[in-house]
Each structure stands twice: as C-alpha cells, then as structure tokens.
Design a protein around this ligand. Structure first.
Ligand SMILES: NC(=O)c1ccc[n+]([C@@H]2O[C@H](COP(=O)([O-])OP(=O)(O)OC[C@H]3O[C@@H](n4cnc5c(N)ncnc54)[C@H](O)[C@@H]3O)[C@@H](O)[C@H]2O)c1
Length: 249
C-alpha cells in the first residue's frame, strides 16, 4: 500500500502503460482518476479496478482540449478533494511519423497537441491544487526517442520538449514540495506495439538493441510508482530510463 490515502490522475489510462499504471496505483491504495479519450476503454479500466476492490473514477478526457482537462481536474477535486499524483501518460508515436522530409506538418501538430500540450495542460491545471495542498508528484511520459537519435521526427520533438519542461517545472515548484520527473521507456509490449510487431503496421521486427528484451507495461508502471511515491521524496527533475539497456550502447 505504497500510495495509501493518495489520489492520482492517470491520463491515457485506458490501455497499455497507462492502464498498467492505473491498476498498479489502485493496488497500492490510491484513488485513481482515469482521464481517457476512449470511453469503452476508460470504463473497462474503471470497472476492473472497482471489481478488484479499488477506487476509480473514469472521466472522458481529451488531454489536448483545455476545457475537457479543466472539467476533468474539477471533477477529480469534487470527488476526492485533492490530487497528490499526476501521471501525464497519454500520447505515443504513430505510423505516419518518420524522417522529417517524409512527415506532414499535421503529424507534427498532432504530437505537439497531444503529447506536449497535453502534458503542459495537465501540469498547469493540477499544480495550483498541489500548491494549495502543500505538495505533490508529477510524472511525465517521454521516450528514449528524446534521448538518442531515432526515426520519428514529430514524436521526438514533442518528447524532447517534455524532458525540458519536466526539468524546468522541477526547479520552479520545488519550493512548494512538488516533484516533477519523467519516465523514458524503450520499446514496451503494449497491445499497440504488439500489433506493429505482428506485422499489422510498418514495424514488424522486434528491436535487437534491447539487451534484456522488450519491457512489459508493468515494468514501466513499477518505475512510475517509485517516482510517484514518497519513497522518491528527494528525486526531482530526473528522467528515469527503462529501456532494457537500449540507450547505453
Ligand atoms: N509502448 C512503448 O513502446 C512506449 C515507448 C516509449 C514511450 N512510450 C510512451 O508511453 C505513453 C503510453 O504509451 P502506450 O504504448 O501505453 O500507449 P497506448 O496506445 O497503448 O495507450 C494510450 C492510451 O491513451 C489514450 N489516448 C490517446 N490520445 C488521447 C488523448 N488525446 N487524450 C486522452 N487519452 C488519449 C488512448 O485511447 C489509449 O488508451 C505514451 O506517452 C508513449 O509515448 C511508449
């Protein structure tokens, strides 16, 4: 029960790493707000957590929509009275991304809106409540794509912005006991990634540069749990890489 008594918002919690993290947070005693665009997926996670004895609230949310994010934050406050943890997880690369000269400007703005602006909005809306409560923990989802040069230009630009924003906010809000960290997964076997590896998308070979094999969503969730918990009380501005050794060689 490492998060007993805490309230956590997880964006994009309907699938993949977000779902694994929301379910882990709930098992560790947190009340979890599932801020998810896809209503079927969001409700399914809410039901699964409640059936396991946990506390969950699904709120249909597009993280790139300021009004929707404001409504979600207010609904979380109305139900639970505080927000201790925010995991800005929603996002991910698409198969329309690639080398700069092959990628449309629309793809660039999509990644800026969902990954970077979604994270910006989450922080802007939740930090005032954390200040009022005397502290909190934010974890932002970035990627190994923002650490080593890889082939997704729009996604890489957005995730790089998230790393820089994470460090700036860690400095700006330390005086309010708000910690801001990033999680940088390598290839992680979510359903979306599994689909690509099975040949449904352009990517069909598992990357051999992951020395211990690809991560499961739970492997990332456990790292996020640490960053979100009081065990990390002096860890801030840190980008935790969980990539099976991919970026070290
Ligand atoms: N899976 C990987 O290999 C990997 C690697 C590095 C980083 N990441 C990052 O981890 C995060 C989660 O990735 P994943 O693979 O679990 O993704 P996923 O596609 O499995 O799940 C993403 C969830 O977010 C929801 N979502 C999408 N757009 C949204 C929006 N605008 N508002 C609210 N919800 C929205 C989707 O409906 C889905 O439920 C992303 O930020 C991704 O960039 C993933």
């Amino acid at each position: 029960m490492r998060l007993a008594g805490k309230t956590a918002i997880v964006t994009g919690a309907g699938a993949g790493i977000g779902r694994a993290t929301a379910e882990l947070f709930a098992r560790e005693g947190a009340e979890v707000v599932i801020a998810e665009l896809d209503a079927d997926k969001g409700r399914a996670v809410e039901t699964a957590i409640r059936e396991s004895g946990g506390a969950a609230l699904f709120i249909q949310t597009d993280v790139s929509d300021e009004d929707a994010m404001a409504r979600m934050t207010e609904a979380a406050m109305a139900r639970f009275g505080k927000i201790d943890i925010l995991y800005n997880n929603a996002g991910g690369s698409t198969l329309n991304d690639g080398k700069l000269t092959d990628v449309s400007n629309d793809e660039f703005w999509l990644k800026m809106r969902v990954d970077l602006f979604g994270t910006w909005l989450g922080c802007r809306l939740v930090i005032p409540h954390m200040i009022e409560a005397g502290g909190g923990a934010i974890v932002n989802a970035t990627s190994v794509n923002a650490i080593v040069g890889l082939n997704r230009s729009a996604y890489t630009a957005a995730k790089g912005g998230i790393i820089s924003l994470t460090r700036a906010l860690a400095v700006q809000y330390a005086e309010h006991r708000i910690r801001v960290n990033g999680i940088a997964p390598g290839g992680t076997l979510t359903e979306r990634v599994q689909e690509r590896l099975s040949g449904a998308g352009r990517v069909s070979a598992p990357p051999s540069d992951h020395l211990l094999g690809l991560s499961d969503p739970d492997d990332i969730a456990y790292a996020v749990l640490y960053l979100a918990s009081d065990e990390a009380r002096t860890t801030t501005g840190h980008i935790m890489v969980v990539d099976s050794g991919m970026t070290i060689h």
